[in-house]
Design a protein around this ligand. Structure first.
Ligand code: GDP
Length: 355
């Protein structure tokens, strides 16, 4: 009688052979070939683009190396893209507006990517923007790519990933990129620093602060739309439009000589949307003619370079074991008035330099 000892285990149960096969499969699935992924992405494969973005969002070290490889390759594939930021308070009609304007955009341009930065997801791990079924028609369109931001990240992290995602989308041939965010926190400032045109949607009636928009956001806007200007609200919308136009005149003139436009529209009824898109295109053309587009993008790249350096320095400072050891004591000394905050900071830096 032959012993069972040397028999190969059956493969259709939880046996050793099966486990090895599964492990191999998992290993295979995890190994990403960046060249292959990039080739597919450039050909316009939306699944490859989604995968590449997931790699960028991943915190795993091996993924980060692949991500940098993909970004370097993508940066060489420059196309004439138009990056549009859209912000406004929750419920102002951003997704309805994007759904409506997206159809007009696709008449003039090749492909549209819609990226959303949802600051609420960082706090609640749920999302104001993502929970709803949004932009259903656009989602079904093969020329459109929609992607929400990664949840549970710091705003700085999300901003970086969004900028890298823009680079990937452009390499994939998306010549128009919309970046949408709720305009009630810091995320709209980050978005402003990565787009060619920054649009603010507001509702008829009530100033910006009443609508929960932070001071300064109106000033940053290149185009403002009083949305939900339905027929029965047209009068109120016109009044709001006049009020915002007046308010804008109090700000210093725009660097590029552009007069910020305030329009009325209704995303739901597709009214004034074509006009808005035409105005956006005029703005883009104006910036190309005056070379302002190039200037704006250059200063944005510089801004993100220095932002990143500052963040790295800050992290490495606070993570330094010597700083961690003495920080609480120094803080107490400052609170008790034994040492000034400035002397304390110098002392902390000196303690690192001495290391
Ligand atoms: P978001 O939170 O800014 O993305 O807003 P949504 O696009 O989800 O719209 C919020 C609500 O406003 C929804 O019930 C929409 O149907 C409605 N809405 C959007 N646009 C308009 C509009 O132009 N007129 C009216 N009356 N309602 C609108």
């Amino acid at each position: 009688m032959s012993s069972d000892k040397n028999k190969k285990p059956k493969s259709n149960d939880g046996s050793l052979k099966n486990t090895k096969t599964v492990a191999k499969l998992i290993q295979k699935r995890k190994t990403i070939n960046p060249n292959q992924l990039f080739d597919q992405l450039v050909k316009g494969d939306r699944i490859a683009l989604a995968k590449a973005i997931t790699v960028i969002e991943s915190a795993r070290l091996e993924d980060q190396a692949i991500a940098q490889n993909l970004i370097s390759k993508s940066l060489k594939k420059t196309i004439k893209s138009f990056r549009i930021g859209i912000t406004g308070p929750p419920g102002v009609g951003k997704s309805t507006f994007i759904e409506a304007i997206g159809k007009h955009i696709l008449k003039d341009r090749k492909k549209l990517a819609v990226l959303t930065i949802d600051p609420s997801s960082q706090v609640s791990k749920g999302s104001v923007l993502g929970d709803k079924t949004r932009m259903q028609d656009l989602s079904a369109n093969k020329k459109v790519f929609i992607r929400p931001s990664a949840a549970g990240e710091t705003l700085g992290g999300v901003a970086r990933k969004t900028r890298e995602t823009i680079t990937l989308c452009e390499a994939a041939g998306y010549d128009t990129i919309i970046i949408e965010t709720v305009g009630v926190g810091q995320s709209e400032i980050a978005v402003h620093s990565m787009v060619d045109a920054f649009c603010l949607l507001l509702m008829p009636g009530g100033g910006d602060e009443l609508q929960g928009i932070k001071r300064g956001v109106v000033e940053m806007a290149d185009l403002i739309a009083i949305n939900k200007a339905d027929e029965d609200r047209m009068e109120m919308a016109k009044k709001s439009r006049a009020a915002f136009k007046n308010a804008i005149h109090l700000y210093p003139p725009n660097e590029n000589g552009w007069d910020t436009k305030v329009l009325t529209c209704s995303g739901l009824n597709n009214k004034g949307i074509d006009e808005f898109w035409k105005e956006l295109q005029s703005y883009y053309t104006h910036n190309i003619k005056t070379s302002y587009l190039k200037k704006r993008r250059t200063s944005q790249s510089k801004f993100w370079l220095h932002e990143t350096i500052i963040n790295h320095l800050k992290n490495s400072f606070y993570q330094n074991p010597q700083v961690a050891k003495v920080l609480a004591d120094i803080e107490n000394n400052v609170i008790e008035g034994k040492i000034s905050p400035f002397q304390a900071a110098e002392k902390l830096f000196d303690s690192i330099r001495e290391e």
